[in-house]
Design a protein around this ligand. Structure first.
Ligand SMILES: [Zn+2]
Length: 260
């Protein structure tokens, strides 16, 4: 490296299904990682096409992708769209290639993904796709459809908690750590506030006009479990090949509380 040249920063990729999923469930942890010098990338599988009672799909997609880009920018991060559509995400060849393309473009050290069990099939399929891409992106002979370099390593992989903090049977997920995000709750709120069209949609469709309040309620419930004001819960993926040590604990120290 030339004298004075800046060392490339390690990258974090938070890969959700819909625009705003990442900010809702892991925005605080991303803010802490950004503060610790990590380069932040946020990706979404689908473009939010169903999120309007009046606007056509293409129009609302453009608006929502722009909002997601703005939210990533709050952390100086980059946004990636994997090219999928709301309510159509499934584990198939198209989505497998697209997810792997994004994984290779970012080549992350740490990946955050939706949990394998969640309230919406779109989320669960995204979880499988991201998990698989984290593995196969490093296989040189896997062709993702565009010329890309394979990744250099298996990333650390973590799943965030389920929406509403429960699976479809109402049970809590086996959370292995919680990150104290009290110091960055305002940043998380600011990221979420970028998703204005989603707030409007939820108010219309789900009679759910307390967008940021819901986020704070869930973050507060996670915090209560570990004696913090606000927190986010995660489960580390410990499948064969992936690193087995907890890098979030190493980076965030006492802000990452392991629950074993
Ligand atoms: Zn979603």
């Amino acid at each position: 490296m030339a004298r004075g040249a800046k060392k490339a920063r390690d990258r974090v990729l938070a890969f959700g299904c819909h625009p705003d999923d990442v900010e809702f469930m892991a925005g605080g942890t991303l803010a802490l990682l950004a503060k610790n010098g990590y380069e932040i990338h946020i990706a979404c599988m689908a473009g939010g096409e169903m999120g309007s009672p009046t606007q056509p799909a293409q129009e609302i997609r453009a608006a929502r992708l722009h909002e997601a880009e703005t939210a990533a920018f709050v952390l100086g991060g980059r946004f990636h769209y994997a090219g999928g559509q709301d309510l159509e995400v499934e584990y198939n060849d198209f989505y497998r290639r697209q997810t792997t393309r994004v994984m290779r473009e970012v080549d992350p050290l740490i990946v955050l993904a939706p949990p394998p069990a969640d309230y919406l099939v779109d989320h669960e399929e995204t979880s499988r796709l991201v998990r698989n891409a984290a593995y196969i992106a490093s296989v040189p002979n896997y062709d993702c459809g565009v010329p890309t370099r394979h990744t250099r390593r298996f990333p650390y992989l973590y799943y965030w908690n389920a929406v509403g903090l429960k699976d479809i049977f109402g049970r809590p997920l086996p959370i292995t750590m919680r990150v104290d995000i009290s110091s960055v709750i305002r940043t998380k709120k600011k990221m979420l506030a970028c998703h204005e069209s989603q707030r409007q949609w939820l108010a219309h469709h789900n009679q759910w006009d307390e967008y940021t309040e819901t986020m704070k309620r869930w973050s507060r419930a996670e915090g209560e479990a570990v004696g913090a004001e606000f927190a986010e819960g995660f489960i580390q993926h410990l499948g064969n090949g992936h690193p087995q040590d907890n890098i979030l604990k190493q980076i965030l120290s006492e802000l990452c509380i392991e629950c074993r």
